[in-house]
Design a protein around this ligand. Structure first.
Ligand SMILES: [Zn+2]
Length: 289
């Protein structure tokens, strides 16, 4: 059974009027989660596994003011608490085999070593993977099934040039983060397996993609799986018009993904999903009631 850890501090990050707001988590019933505050003083020294120290300092001073990634007083507490929870979850997974799903925001998978991108500041998935790889000496795969390519995760993990790290990313090929990052054909670039998708997928199409992911994971045989769980391919997202996409995935695809993730010692981290209904339905498929 997976535990759902809800970052008590997430609402301190307000965003800048984009769909990335605390409203995203408004349909989650806190009674079914463990509400936690990350132990930042215990874990913040590891944040530099993925990020430049000067950049982290700027984040802590809340000095980053970019259109989609706007810091306010409280942003650092929100993001650092969420990141610390991811690293605590990694320790828990190794020590007790505990599987968790970290419910936090802002998301992280577009954040690069020393710059923000999308709505992202600290790359929780890349950092957690490096922490597992370097502190716990594990062979780690990261699976990112968000609508958007995890360009920051790719950039950070590929700098390590380790054959004990694999990144798999599905994404709609013709949207953000754009042609510089999105391969238009399926294949490897560095340690990243790109799975570009057309923008009108239904469960039937996506379940075929899941079996490709399954094969790739079996070939690599990771000791641990970190999941960048974005729910912005959900049908509710296209209905709400929050994302430039007509993806129509339902609970069925997410249940398949949950089944696949459950085959490995794994922890999942919330990425995108901007309609509260998308996140609710996605998390229900991962067993959050
Ligand atoms: Zn996304």
């Amino acid at each position: 059974m997976r535990e759902f850890w809800l970052n008590q501090e997430h609402a301190r990050h307000q965003g800048s009027g984009t769909p990335e707001s605390s409203n995203r988590l408004s349909l989650i019933n806190p009674a079914n989660c463990i509400i936690k505050k990350g132990n930042v003083s215990q874990y913040s020294s590891y944040f530099s596994l993925a990020h430049d120290k000067v950049y982290l300092q700027k984040l802590e001073e809340e000095a980053i003011q970019e259109h989609e990634a706007m810091c306010n007083a409280g942003s650092w507490q929100a993001m650092a608490s969420g990141t610390a929870l991811c690293l605590e979850a990694a320790d828990s997974l190794i020590k007790d085999g505990k599987k968790t799903f970290i419910l936090t925001r802002p998301p992280g998978h577009h954040a690069h070593t020393d710059w923000t991108h999308g709505f992202c500041f600290i790359n929780n998935a890349a950092l957690t993977a490096l922490y597992l790889h370097e502190r716990h000496n594990k062979k780690v795969a990261v699976l990112d099934f968000d609508l958007h390519n995890g360009d920051g995760t790719e950039d950070i993990l590929n700098k390590k040039e380790s054959n004990r790290l694999l990144f798999i990313s599905t994404y709609q090929a013709d949207i953000f983060p754009g042609p510089r990052y999105n391969l238009q054909v399926e294949g490897m670039r560095g340690d990243t397996y790109h799975l570009p998708l057309h923008g009108t997928m239904v469960d039937f199409d996506f379940i075929k993609i899941i079996s490709k992911i399954k094969d790739r994971l079996r070939q690599f045989s990771p000791e641990v799986l970190v999941v960048s769980a974005g729910f912005d391919m959900n049908r509710h997202e296209s209905a709400s018009g929050l994302m430039p996409s007509s993806m129509q995935l339902t609970r069925r695809s997410y249940e398949k993904l949950n089944g696949l993730c459950g085959e490995y010692p794994s922890l999942a981290i919330l990425e995108g999903g901007y309609s509260p209904k998308s996140i609710k339905e996605g998390l229900e498929a991962f067993s959050l009631r």
